[in-house]
Design a protein around this ligand. Structure first.
Ligand SMILES: [Zn+2]
Length: 494
């Protein structure tokens, strides 16, 4: 799509609140040359061109503005782009394998050697290009990345995301203790390299671009990234907390992930030591690292931890399949929500052997069912259910992730002023006839079951809801026809 005004006409779906789906069976979405949404209007029986002209006039867009009309066909709909809140870019090399060890052993055996290899820039270039292209193809328009402890390959990841047009938050990993000799840095080197990295990203993607109207929101953001408490000395944590505050940048790390990790942290901060803070959350907070942070996993967070995170505006990245392999439990998403903690969804490449949030959505729903089904005692009648729906899962993968990353003013739903990060989903591929069953039941396509008036509008919404549910439960990249970031087509199978 060139830098011109484009109007999409067709079905539009998003989740402006948890658990609810907003379906516009026939809508027009105007996207300006800078990739921002200029209007979203629902059509009743109006002529499309007339409706576009009306929407343009109401939006203060000149009557003579030329536009390209992109009409969606039956079985196609727009979804907000998916937001992956936890990806280890260098681990893409072994994603899908290395599923045989507990977390602390897995790190030493697979992860540290693989991450260290990224020092070789040509190798890193190959791995990162494949990863970014793969994630975009799978509909991930925004990713929160851990890179490695090395500055140059981390800068390379930023440049590759920008080249392919993926929105990204990227962190140089920090680790000054409890790491192998070939993959460790000094405290001062870790802090100074992190500051250099922030300067590099801010120089290329200035953080203070004027928002709508005028300029656009930066595509890439730097993130202060202590790997996790076991590999970071108190001095490093304190230095990184100061950096995050000074440069007003996000923080990401891992928190209360698994029983072996929690035990390791306890051994570092024993109960009777003056450094004892009580939990991962308290340790991060004591070093200024919880403010607006995105913390991965959080399976073993206490209620007090969650309350502290809510006070600091910190979010959890739910990594449902990774939790199955490493965390000794599942994250109760609804418990986080009850404590007012935002939750995004993560693949956790490569802790989670998957590269698509479409599968992660399924696992999130399944994990919640597992929590429900493995309760040892009959729950009290007023006990809150942990079960989440596919609509909740879609919220996690879109607006939930945007909120976790403090990007919800810019992406996550289709609203005026936001940037057009979107997927054009097509549920009419010839390879899977199961999509058609619901249509046949209703008699659609033959005209026999087509209703009129209010009933017709209701059945349109029901049908589209079924398409979305089927996409989440059965779909893959073959159903993702187009992927847009900031209004620009960056991937897709069409
Ligand atoms: Zn991780």
């Amino acid at each position: 799509m060139s830098a011109q005004f484009v109007v999409f006409h067709g079905s539009v779906v998003h989740t402006p609140t948890r658990g609810s789906l907003c379906v516009l069976p026939s809508a027009i979405v105007g996207v300006d040359g800078a990739g921002r949404i200029a209007f979203v209007s629902e059509l009743k029986d109006q002529d499309v061109h007339h409706a576009v002209k009306t929407a343009m006039a109401q939006s203060g867009i000149g009557e003579d503005t030329q536009f390209q009309l992109k009409s969606l066909t039956r079985g196609q709909f727009l979804l907000p782009g998916l937001i992956d809140t936890h990806v280890h870019a260098p681990q893409y090399r072994f994603v899908g394998g290395a599923t045989d060890k507990p977390l602390m052993e897995w790190l030493n055996h697979y992860t540290f050697p693989s991450e260290a290899r990224m020092k070789n820039l040509s190798f890193a270039d190959e791995v990162y290009r494949k990863l970014v292209k793969r994630l975009l193809k799978n509909g991930t328009t925004t990713a929160l990345y851990f890179a490695t402890i090395d500055l140059e390959p981390t800068k390379l990841l930023v440049d590759i995301c920008a080249e392919y047009g993926q929105r990204a938050c990227v962190g140089k990993v920090c680790a000054d203790i409890n790491s192998p000799s070939f993959y460790i840095e000094s405290t001062s080197a870790s802090i100074s390299a992190t500051e250099s990295f922030i300067a590099y990203v801010h120089a290329k993607h200035p953080p203070h671009s004027p928002s709508f109207p005028g300029g656009s929101h930066p595509l890439i953001h730097p993130v202060v990234t202590p790997r996790f408490i076991p590999t970071c000395s108190p001095a490093l944590l304190a230095g990184l907390g100061a950096l995050a505050a000074r440069h007003n940048v996000r923080v990401q790390s891992h928190i209360s992930e698994s029983l072996d990790q929690v035990a390791f942290t306890r051994s570092m901060y024993p109960l009777d030591s003056p450094q004892h803070f009580g939990s991962d959350a308290r340790i991060f907070d004591s070093h200024g690292l919880l403010n607006k942070a995105v913390m991965a996993h959080g399976v073993h967070l206490t209620s007090a931890d969650l309350q502290l995170m809510a006070e600091r505006g910190a979010a959890v990245a739910c990594c449902p399949l990774s939790n199955v392999f490493f965390a000794h439990g599942n994250l109760d998403v609804k418990r986080c929500w009850r404590e007012n903690v935002d939750v995004g969804l993560g693949t956790d490449v490569a802790g989670g052997p998957l590269t698509t949030l479409v599968q992660a959505m399924r696992w999130a729903v399944g994990n919640a069912r597992q929590i429900e089904s493995t309760k040892t005692a009959a729950p009290a009648a007023d006990s809150p259910s942990p079960v989440i729906s596919w609509k909740d899962a879609l919220y996690l993968a879109t607006l939930g992730g945007a909120k976790a990353l403090s990007l919800d003013e810019h992406v996550g739903t289709f609203e005026w002023g936001k940037e057009f990060d979107a997927l054009l989903i097509d549920v009419n591929p010839s390879w899977d006839t199961s999509w058609d069953v619901f249509e046949e039941e209703r008699g659609a396509g033959t005209g026999a079951g087509i209703e009129t008036g209010a009933d017709s509008a209701e059945s349109d919404i029901e049908r589209i809801e079924m398409w979305v549910e089927k996409f989440i439960n059965l779909g893959d990249d073959r159903n993702i026809a187009d992927v847009y970031v900031k209004g620009k087509r960056v991937a897709g199978c069409a």
